[in-house]
Design a protein around this ligand. Sequence first.
Ligand code: SAJ
Length: 477
Amino acid sequence: MSGRLQSIVNARGPIKKIGVVGMGYVGIPAAVLFADAPEFESVVGFQRDSPSSGYKVAMLNRGESPLKGEEPGLEELLSRVVGAGKFRCTSDFAAIAECDAVTLSIQTPFKDPKDLIPDFSALTEGLRAVGKNLSEGTLVVLESTVTPGTTERMARDVLEEESGLVAGEDFALAHAPERVMVGRLLRNIREHDRIVGGIDDVSTRRAAELYRPVLTTGTIIPMTATAAEVTKTAENAFRDLQIAAANQLALHCEAMGVNVYDVRAGIDSLKGEGITRAVLWPGAGVGGHCLTKDSWHLERGAQVLGGDLWYPHGAGSIFGVARAINEFMPRHMVHLTVEGLKRAGRSPEGAKIALLGWAFIQNSDDTRNTPAEPYLATMKEAGAEVGVHDPFVENYPGIEVSHDLDATLAGADVVTVFTAHHHYATLDPARVKELSGREHPVIVDGRNVIDPDLFIRAGFIYKGIGRGDRNSHPLTP
Ligand code: SAJ
């Protein structure tokens, strides 16, 4: 532990001015919560002036949120802290120099999962911009999910190279991974415990000072930077694994003619004595920016930091197998669609498909790595015409996303539910059938949102993930 850094931090005094780099699903809620905390004087949001995201700067300075999904409390809090002059947004990174603490919430996708190569280009660019304007005694925190070892290595190197300062001596450095989910961003930051991992004790304590004021029920969990990176990547890898187990069970239930949801409720009934049997939900696939890549970050960490100790990996890795099963589910949705059409005496060639739900998760506009995309591509390749409906998604490159449900359902041979938006829970079989104009339209439920018996009684051909008890139902004339 460096006495030098401690004395610089002491001389600097309590954290008052904060910079948040990356105005997205993680950076925006974090910035407004910092700005709303009486402990802090001001917060500056930093956003690159890029063609895809530059528009956010002006919107945020007007107190408007660029996030379109349902985010309780975010719009109100944003306009309040902008109105109070406690939060502003800019693409001029020179203001970093005045900040006592700077956080980075920048996407860390994977370039090539097969060779475990992460794409840190955006993160590196952000670190360079911070490093160029870094002043002595500042705390830098990575909130992005990264390969274990990144904070201590790549991030430290880039910041030192650009600033000429030394991490742990002249400035503090830590990893405090975000744990937010779209639809509950503010709540998650306030209520979830915060993992805080510094490259040394001074950095860990300084990072704890930064997050404590925004926590309500959440508490600070201090550890090393690398342990924090492993914690974050592992918690997502475990979730992906649990979902894969539920998906494999669903596929088995279909094969055995059983309802996976009965089985799930049955397993869940085993309670007490510290028993937890948390079977997650099977479905049409796993999307988003997190579960689709964090297993690879974990694997990459074991590879880079572990050397010969890295075992198991490749085909032997349970996390890799889980990824493969979850990536298979959109293909299984194709299979159910083709089987349904076959029962209707049709093939995909020339069939009209109404795809309901483009976002990767319910009641959100977040379309990152949506599992609906590989389904749409395969059905189009098979000669089908696919119309996409999503009440939250404004636009998506190369895909026309409609907000008009009736228009999307008109003339549909197949209705495929990919996302559990609350709008779809009230689909009326009679109305859907009338719009489709088919005697036996097909409905493929990838999220268990509809009641199969209601649709079967109305003459639909029903197919559902995990519904072995219904997928070969007799046809209602
Ligand atoms: N999904 C299922 N079955 C389930 C749960 C989810 O098929 O039982 C699917 C969803 O439909 C979605 C995908 O998986 O397509 C991801 O859903 P999610 O609920 O995991 O949402 P994320 O990815 O936004 O949130 C995860 C969370 N991680 C954990 O709970 C361990 C969240 O806490 C993290 O903050 C987030 O990743 C992240 O940013 O890392």
